[in-house]
Design a protein. Structure first.
Length: 187
């Protein structure tokens, strides 16, 4: 398996030691280096452990032949643009399996016209993981509600729409919620 562990780690500005410390339980920088280089087999357990340490989806750490990558031209930081010491590439993001997208047609709240939100679908038992995050909720007759999830009760989910001055709304027994996990924005 070809991994993108090194690319993701470098893109986040982390050292091998940083990732090793973030792993649960912690490991050594040498082990992370071996997993990056492929001198040690990357099991699914290791992939999940490193993904959690890097705060990314495990799929972001696997480089597949059909997944395009862009060459990194430079790094940008507080001191401006700088050249790379070694060639790097960044794998383009993959859509979440079973997810949905929201197309933003008009600017509202934190979102601008033209934005695309990639969302992960949540079953009712996982609604609490989206508290204080924006969510899309289904309503009767094929309609939807969108807003910050303020609370969850067995019979309702409470959302605060992003419209200024809006009042919270109760969505009765939603079958699912969709939480944005990636914002795609053209500059």
């Amino acid at each position: 398996m070809i991994t993108a562990i090194r690319d993701v780690r470098r893109a986040k500005g982390l050292t091998l030691e940083d990732v090793a410390r973030r792993c649960v339980p912690p490991t050594t920088a040498q082990t992370i280096g071996r997993l990056e280089m492929g001198t040690r087999t990357v099991s699914v357990a290791w992939l999940n452990r490193i993904a959690a340490a890097l705060e990314v989806d495990p799929a972001a750490l696997v480089t597949l032949p059909e997944r395009p990558a862009l060459p990194v031209a430079a790094r940008l930081g507080p001191d401006g643009a700088s050249a790379l010491r070694h060639p790097e590439t960044i794998a383009l993001p993959a859509a979440p399996p079973g997810g949905v997208a929201i197309q933003v047609d008009g600017s509202i709240g934190d979102y601008r016209a033209g934005d695309i939100l990639w969302c992960a679908m949540l079953a009712p038992d996982a609604f609490a993981t989206a508290l204080l995050h924006d969510v899309l909720a289904p309503l009767p007759a094929g309609r939807f509600a969108f807003g910050r999830l303020l609370g969850v009760e067995p019979a309702s989910a409470y959302l605060l729409p992003p419209t200024p001055g809006a009042k919270p709304i109760a969505v009765e027994q939603p079958a699912w919620l969709a939480r944005p996990i990636r914002l795609m924005r053209a500059l």
